[in-house]
Design a protein. Structure first.
Length: 176
């Protein structure tokens, strides 16, 4: 049985280079939620020379739109959304410094090429496990685009979230 390696975010270049497609890892640290509406705003801001509301350099983005917290909880359900919805925007964000993407499903050839060129990584979360993942979130705050509701950009501190290395920094992918 494979030993699960644990990492703290942000991942270093060395961490990313040593991760191989098919490995299961555990991550803790800061991630930002962002779905397609936020990605569109990010790329529009970049095209207009505007400063982004989060620093992309070495950042981790979780493709997620959390539901509102209930009864004193930190966050509601927070499962991954389909990553291909971000594929039109991801290459530009990767080029701007984004290193870790977390979501579910396959990525386009353009995203895989950008991952390989800029030594980034794509990690796959379990679809349908949003109720489980909410217990791994230790803090949550909206940091940008509050008008987008659940698609606003949230800063999450996660602890011990197990993920699959779906596309490694060499462009190898294990998703069919």
């Amino acid at each position: 049985m494979q030993k699960i390696k644990s990492f703290n975010l942000p991942l270093t270049g060395s961490d990313i280079a040593n991760l191989k497609c098919g490995e299961i890892i555990s991550v803790s640290g800061t991630v930002y939620t962002a779905r397609d509406a936020a990605h569109k705003r990010f790329t529009e801001a970049m095209a207009n020379g505007e400063r982004l509301p989060i620093a992309l350099n070495d950042a981790a983005i979780y493709y997620c739109g959390p539901t509102p917290a209930e009864n004193g909880e930190i966050i509601g359900s927070c499962g991954p959304t389909t990553s291909s919805r971000m594929d039109d925007y991801a290459p530009a964000l990767i080029e701007a410094g984004l290193k870790v993407m977390i979501g579910k499903g396959k990525r386009s050839d353009a995203v895989t090429k950008a991952i390989k060129k800029h030594r980034a990584i794509y990690l796959s979360a379990i679809g349908g496990a949003g109720a489980l993942y909410k217990h791994k979130v230790k803090s949550c705050k909206v940091v940008a685009y509050a008008d987008l509701g659940c698609e606003a950009v949230h800063e999450l501190y996660i602890q011990d979230v197990q993920l699959l290395v779906a596309t490694d920094s060499l462009g190898n992918t294990c998703l069919l």
